[in-house]
Design a protein around this ligand. Sequence first.
Ligand SMILES: Nc1ncnc2c1ncn2[C@@H]1O[C@H](COP(=O)(O)OP(=O)(O)O)[C@@H](O)[C@H]1O
Ligand SMILES: [Mg+2]
Length: 284
Amino acid sequence: MNMLEKALEKSKKFESAVAKKTVKHQQQENEMTVDKQAGDQKEQDIVTFDWDYLNENGFIRIDDSHSRIAEEYRSIKRPLVANALGDRKRDIENANLILVTSSVPGEGKTFTSINLAFSIAAEMDKKVLLIDADVAKPSVSKVLGIKSKFGLIDYLENDSLPLSDIILQTEIPGLRIITAGKTHKYSTELLASDRMIALSKELSERYADRIVIFDTPPLLATTQAEVLASQMGQVILVVGAEVTSQSFVMESVKKLQSSSDVVLAILNKAQRNLNAGYYGYGYY
Ligand SMILES: Nc1ncnc2c1ncn2[C@@H]1O[C@H](COP(=O)(O)OP(=O)(O)O)[C@@H](O)[C@H]1O
Ligand SMILES: [Mg+2]
């Protein structure tokens, strides 16, 4: 049984007949008040993906490990996973927290975040949490067709909202998602808040066996990604091959150098024509 069949079988068990691409979050009563008791198995709808749409747009299919894009992401993820879960873990603080950013919009942060999450989650024994931290331009939920009641910003803003209420299950057993949540005037402050720092700490300690991928805003547009980078063990700088000037890239690298030990640069030829797309990668 391949990965997709297993995922389908698992999702069949939750026969709540969810309208495709729709997630109705629970907890309408008792809104944001009661902490959940341990072992409280509340029923939660499962996020399903429109694989045809994703495939048409160049994303990985988790049931096809032979495609060129799957191949490319295998080499991209290898050093990241080794750092996060392997022997080097001890040398890198918060090694399992990976931030994906770029200099300017449109270089492929969301594309990279989602593909990386799919690629890692497709491995039987790996768990991934994908977090949309590009709160000004939330795209993970848009691309994946997710509608959720609460997300990251709601959690950061509301002390009584438990983490479990914002983590969405998906049809890929190893993949969970946190959406950006509502827009907020002070999102930069929230991303730099003590609660965000506590969340990062919790994700790196309590969820140490899980790789957490943060899709973030561009580095040169706001300070949000830079603020977040200081809380992450590894950073991926996506560089749009023919669109980003060298001075932009150098400026971004400079910003990241002081905040994170590991910076992986991905050269992303962000063309719609898949045959022309390619990746290069390397470490600073
Ligand atoms: N390597 C690639 N191959 C095909 N399409 C890509 C690639 N990289 C990015 N894209 C597409 O380019 C557009 C911009 O990418 P996106 O990830 O949304 O950028 P960002 O999140 O950095 O603003 C999206 O439509 C995305 O699907
Ligand atoms: Mg994006």
